[in-house]
Design a protein around this ligand. Structure first.
Ligand SMILES: [Zn+2]
Length: 322
């Protein structure tokens, strides 16, 4: 009796023990299995896409973020584009947008047959005083509509490079957001991506663009010129070198316009020759594409608008017959 009871107890212990071991093994297997499922799911979630196509980036990138905050790093302060709005006058047409989606505006005065175009701010904040001059001219003409002869329509694109103007009123503000010099991006016959820097502006890296007419700001102005049958064009710059006629070599009507504007303003003509070779300019492209006469005209410095002189120049310009 005692023996039997003892042996039946032993069997109970053995069976429960086996149950425990089996249960443990099942649990371990289950845990290992779910873990491996998660791992393989994670493997599948890893990106396996083909590498993106590489893109040529100009030597200077202006908006590269730094991954690790550097205690010595001072974040650049991005100014906003200088606002301009006539309190009481015509609204500008938006002829296109910059890379940062800022509008490029064109004001229209008069409704005559002969069409004249002024472009300011092609070199952005570096030449911000040309934009200030355009704003002054727009305000003046709005208050004095008689400044426009009856047979004339005048268009003013007041700020061709609004991103450059918003970035800085210094050397950093010259190029657009792709680091392109917009006055070397027009598809004139002599366009090049690179050029000999001897005698040229060298304060920051820049290019003529990945191809001629690559930039949205350039294409906005090209589209405007092509759809408006422009008779004559002034592209304002600063500073000091004078008035450059369009054309390679300079075309006669553009030389006549440059001489007349030089006489009205006192800006040098022939312009000062620094030895720089200019390629892909707006003025060259314009005369190659049906504009009667075109000039690059430089204000005296990077600060003043030379308003009185340029009011004289405006009268000469609007009466000029290419
Ligand atoms: Zn310039």
């Amino acid at each position: 009796m005692r023996r039997r009871r003892k042996s039946s107890h032993a069997w109970v212990y053995v069976i429960w023990g086996l149950n425990g071991v089996i249960l443990l093994v099942v649990l371990v297997v289950a845990v290992l299995y779910t873990t491996s499922l998660r791992a393989s799911a994670a493997d599948e979630a890893l990106p396996t896409a083909a590498p993106l196509p590489t893109r040529e980036i100009p030597p200077t990138s202006y908006f590269l973020p730094t991954l690790t905050p550097n205690p010595l790093y001072t974040p650049p302060v991005f100014e906003t584009s200088t606002p301009f709005e006539l309190a009481d006058g015509p609204r500008p047409a938006i002829i296109g947008f910059s890379l940062a989606a800022r509008p490029i505006e064109a004001y229209t005065f008069g409704a005559g047959e002969k069409k004249y175009l002024i472009v300011a701010g092609i070199h952005g904040g570096y030449e911000w005083n040309t934009i200030a001059l355009a704003n002054e001219l727009i305000t003046h003409i709005n208050e004095n509509p008689g400044a426009i002869p009856t047979d004339v329509t005048l268009y003013i694109i007041r700020n061709m490079n609004p991103d450059g103007e918003a970035r800085s009123h210094d050397v950093d503000g010259r190029v657009n957001n792709n680091g392109v010099d917009l006055n070397r991006n027009f598809p004139s016959e002599n366009w090049t991506e690179e050029w000999d820097r001897d005698g040229c502006w060298i304060y920051r890296p820049t290019t003529g663009g990945a191809h001629a007419g690559s930039e949205p700001e350039t294409r906005s102005v090209m589209g405007f010129v092509k759809t408006h049958r422009i008779d004559a064009l002034i592209s304002y710059h600063s500073a000091a070198l004078g008035v450059f006629p369009g054309g390679v070599p300079w075309e006669e009507p553009s030389k006549q316009l440059a001489k007349a504007l030089s006489k009205a303003t006192g800006y040098p003509y022939p312009p000062i020759d620094t030895g720089c070779e200019y390629t892909g300019t707006l003025a060259d492209w314009a005369v190659e594409n049906g504009v009667g006469a075109a000039v690059d005209m430089e204000l005296r410095n990077h600060r003043d608008t030379d308003f009185e002189e340029n009011l004289q120049a405006l009268q000469v310009f609007l009466n000029f017959q290419p």
